[in-house]
Write a protein that binds this ligand. Structure first.
Ligand code: GLU
Length: 291
């Protein structure tokens, strides 16, 4: 059997908190239990929000927790060409289209629709789905707008992509960390609507770079928080239409704050660096998280 490959893939756009520690430690323990490898991937496609300081903080916090990783670390910002190649394939297969509606125009379309008493469909994160009106533009109209410098993003034609599949779209989800049992989950990418695949200012997107990298790095086990459970539907669709292998998944529990909500990077008091400065040891953190 091939060696299982796990990855911990934080974004350096804030400080790591207890939720990240849980994710990294879970990956480490699961990899160790099955003789697997653990990779660290820096998901820094958003060059305005990600900083070298936050990245250094990730290395520092993981080392402090006693978590090692293989070198070289893959930094997504150094691989835009790989995502561009995948985008090109989707473009060639006419599975993405240039979406010209601005945020304001999207909002206006939704307000007008909801004024008629009907609700607008939302994606699993609660954001309104893209109206998709520009799918009906002719090639000539698209070209004219692009040549005129109109800003646009490449969006997936999710329904068209679903129509290309043969058979059901599912993923395998482990029941727990021991990986003694798993179930097949039906993926429902249509819930997301036409997601952004690449933008002008960021020539890729979270979903596209994750599936390209997981495949390029040979990741066989994706272990991450429940907050990304529904994202798996979209990522499975992209894997299928790009001809990439499907990893197995385990979505672990989230660490909740005192208000019962999931931790965010702005909650300074649960940041690992802040806890360390306040005197916590790595052992304290592990114990607090049940390791
Ligand atoms: N970079 C993502 C995050 O920090 C995680 C990506 C993933 O695990 O798929 O939330």
């Amino acid at each position: 059997m091939a060696t299982p490959v796990f990855r911990f893939a934080p974004s350096p756009n804030g400080e790591l908190h207890l939720g990240h520690a849980l994710s990294a430690l879970t990956n480490l323990r699961m990899a160790a239990n099955c003789g697997g490898r653990l990779l660290l991937r820096i998901e820094d496609i958003d060059l305005t929000r990600c900083t070298p300081e936050f990245e250094a903080g990730i290395f520092r916090d993981l080392a402090w927790l006693g978590i090692g990783w293989e070198e070289p670390v893959r930094r997504q910002s150094e691989h835009f060409g790989d995502y561009e190649a995948a985008l090109e394939r989707l473009r060639r297969e006419e599975l993405v289209y240039p979406a010209f509606l601005s945020r304001g125009e999207i909002r206006k379309a939704i307000v007008e629709h909801e004024a008629t008493g009907r609700s607008w469909p939302r994606d699993p994160d609660g954001a309104p789905r893209y109206p998709g009106t520009d799918k009906s533009l002719t090639l000539a109209e698209r070209r004219r707008l692009i040549d005129a410098g109109a800003p646009f993003a490449w969006r997936l034609d999710t329904a068209a992509a679903m129509a290309r599949l043969n058979g059901r779209l599912t993923w395998r989800e482990w029941g727990d960390e021991t990986m003694s049992g798993s179930s097949e989950i039906a993926a429902s990418p249509l819930d997301w609507g036409d997601v952004v695949i690449a933008r002008r200012e960021i020539p890729t997107s979270y979903h596209l770079s994750v599936v390209v990298d997981d495949a390029l790095q040979g990741v066989s086990h994706v272990v991450r928080g429940r907050d990304l459970y529904f994202a798996t539907s979209m990522q499975r669709l992209l894997q299928e239409i790009l001809g990439l292998p499907a990893p197995t998944y385990f979505h672990h529990r989230l660490v909740l704050g005192p208000d019962g909500r999931k931790l965010s990077k702005s909650l300074r008091d649960t940041g690992l660096a802040a806890l360390r400065e306040a005197g916590a040891t790595a052992e304290d953190i592990r114990r607090q998280l049940g390791f």
